[in-house]
Design a protein around this ligand. Structure first.
Ligand SMILES: [Zn+2]
Length: 251
């Protein structure tokens, strides 16, 4: 295994975790800025009020800005499995990429290799369950698109990070049961109201069916929802926890 090397840099944008502390979630982001240096500046700028525990540059260099036992300010207004104060229970990794606004591009192999090593280390030390490894857009689908459809979740899942079941479904002509599909979405962990269903579906597609992220509940998306939900069910059973579908979404 590659040795994990990090460079420490202090961000004032941090706080205490509630007692008793629980860390059981990992949130992956992209920085969404043109240059890594500017992103690091911002994540350490008191006025910006944003931070993350780690930043991974495109050349694979890893920075630690906030100690893991402290709360970093990365999730913002968000929700997963009906839970809202996600900064309290999560670790956040910012992965350098210009993002959709500034020239979204593929994540280089050397960067993904560092992300993989870092995630593996965090997941094993904190015993973070697979169904609690998410992208920012999964927990804030109306506000966020990161890390986006170019992020290779499949690769991470092969390394035991998060959930990405193989695509078996493509059943053309399959009936779409909207109630069933939205139930699958909620059971996976997405929090969506009727108004935000389309955003939540785009977030789901970015992560699990990146070939078309249009927010439409087509037959392929419905089939994928069903198989992803089954994979999340299996993962939760392995951790002996039950699904907590979001029943009282924000707004
Ligand atoms: Zn983010």
């Amino acid at each position: 295994m590659i040795q994990l090397q990090v460079i420490d840099r202090f961000s004032p944008n941090q706080g205490a975790r509630p007692e008793p502390a629980r860390i059981d979630m990992l949130v992956l982001h992209y920085t969404g800025m043109t240059a890594a240096a500017a992103a690091l500046e911002r994540l350490c700028d008191l006025d910006a009020r944003v931070s993350a525990h780690y930043v991974v540059e495109e050349n694979g260099v890893i920075w630690r800005l906030v100690p893991e036992n402290r709360r970093a300010f990365h999730a913002g207004i968000s929700c997963w499995e009906g839970e809202r104060d996600l900064n309290a229970v999560s670790l956040g990794i910012e992965i350098v990429n210009p993002g959709h606004e500034w020239g979204y591009r593929a994540y280089p192999e050397v960067q993904m290799a560092s992300v993989e090593v870092l995630c593996t280390d965090l997941i094993s030390r904190h015993a973070i369950p697979a169904h609690r490894v998410v992208g920012h857009s999964d927990i804030a689908p109306e506000r966020k698109a990161d890390p986006g459809e170019l992020f290779d979740w499949q690769r991470l899942a092969r390394a035991g990070i998060g959930i990405w079941p193989p695509v078996n479904s493509s059943e053309p002509g399959r009936e779409i049961d909207r109630t069933q599909s939205l139930g699958d979405l909620a059971t996976i962990g997405y929090c969506a109201t009727e108004q935000s269903v389309s955003s939540a579906l785009i977030a789901f597609q970015r992560r699990f069916r990146p070939s078309r992220c249009d927010g439409r509940l087509d037959a392929g998306t419905a089939a994928r929802l069903s198989e992803v939900r089954a994979a999340f069910d299996r993962a939760r059973r392995a951790y002996k926890v039950r699904a907590r579908p979001c029943r009282s979404p924000a707004k």
